[in-house]
Design a protein around this ligand. Structure first.
Ligand code: NDP
Length: 253
């Protein structure tokens, strides 16, 4: 089997930033394997939108905190690719995730482990498991957060995991460069999605505060992120490697 088309695998693409990225990649002619965790209906709707754009879409279930399931997930990915007449995909976007807000003094070990598994350990071992399925010359984007640079109370565990992913990105870029695979971190500022109970979008106080700390004077929208990731993955940006790029409208400068 040979490689015939540009294909992206995006984790957590049923909603929010992953879904927006999927749509912008599809508009650039990329076929999409998208994952969801629990929300099959939204994932199917996203797949229908991709199909309407004239691209192929496949939906797979993934718990990105469940390392034991990754062998099965890789086998399912291989089966999707085989169905499309391919044996590799080109772009991996490690995007899936949830937020837990808790002050440092009150963060439980269970919360810590939950965040570690989804945001760090899962990203580490999912990428390792999928490596044989990524094309030489492929690209990986690890989604971090502005919170790995600036500090807001209540995000110590979440942000520390994102910080770990940023270090991981540099090591992956170093080691995978031999295969021509570029690896970068995209660190969004606060964006209006369902994340953290939808607080940036739905809580006027959080929204106002975010806007007040952002040079461009508003909270971010999914459309501020998806096109950027799609562009970063394109050949125009082929020499960007091992970098952390914050996409926040200038938050906490
Ligand atoms: P959303 O809550 O809108 O979407 C989360 C996505 O991740 C959904 O597709 C969801 O699937 C999936 N998901 C949730 N938990 C798991 C899990 N355990 N395993 C696999 N998939 C899971 O979040 P965003 O789009 O806002 O966030 C995307 C990424 O961006 C996250 O990594 C987040 O940390 C990061 N980020 C977000 C910011 C923001 O302000 N929104 C700011 C900075 C970073 P399902 O629909 O099935 O539940």
């Amino acid at each position: 089997m040979s490689h015939t088309a540009n294909i992206a695998l995006i984790t957590g693409a049923s909603r929010g930033l992953g879904r927006n990225t999927a749509m912008h990649l599809a508009k650039k002619g990329v076929d999409i394997i998208l994952t969801y965790h629990a929300n099959r209906g939204e994932a199917d709707a996203a797949a229908a939108e991709i199909s309407a754009l004239g691209r192929r879409a496949a939906v797979l279930q993934l718990d990105s905190g469940d390392v034991a399931s990754f062998a099965r997930f890789a086998a399912e990915t291989r089966a999707v690719l085989a169905g499309w007449g391919c044996d590799r995909f080109d772009y991996l976007v490690n995007n899936a995730g949830t937020g837990v807000w808790a002050p440092f003094a009150e963060t439980s070990e269970a919360d810590f482990d939950h965040l570690m598994n989804i945001h760090f350990k899962g990203v580490y071992f999912l990428t390792q498991k999928l490596l044989p399925l990524i094309s030489d010359g492929g690209r990986i984007v690890n989604v971090s957060s502005g919170l790995a640079r600036f500090t807001l109370p209540g995000f110590s565990a979440y942000a520390a995991m994102k910080g770990a992913v940023e270090v991981l990105t540099r090591y992956q870029a170093k080691e995978l460069g031999a295969r021509g695979i570029r690896v970068n971190t995209v660190a969004p500022g606060a964006i209006e999605t369902d994340f953290a109970g939808g607080s940036v979008r739905d809580n006027p106080e959080v929204n106002r505060h975010t806007a007040s700390q952002t040079a461009l004077g508003r909270a971010g929208l999914p459309d501020d992120i998806g096109p950027m990731i799609a562009s970063l993955l394109s050949d125009d940006n082929r020499w960007i490697n091992g970098q952390r790029i914050e996409v926040s409208g200038g938050a906490y400068l």
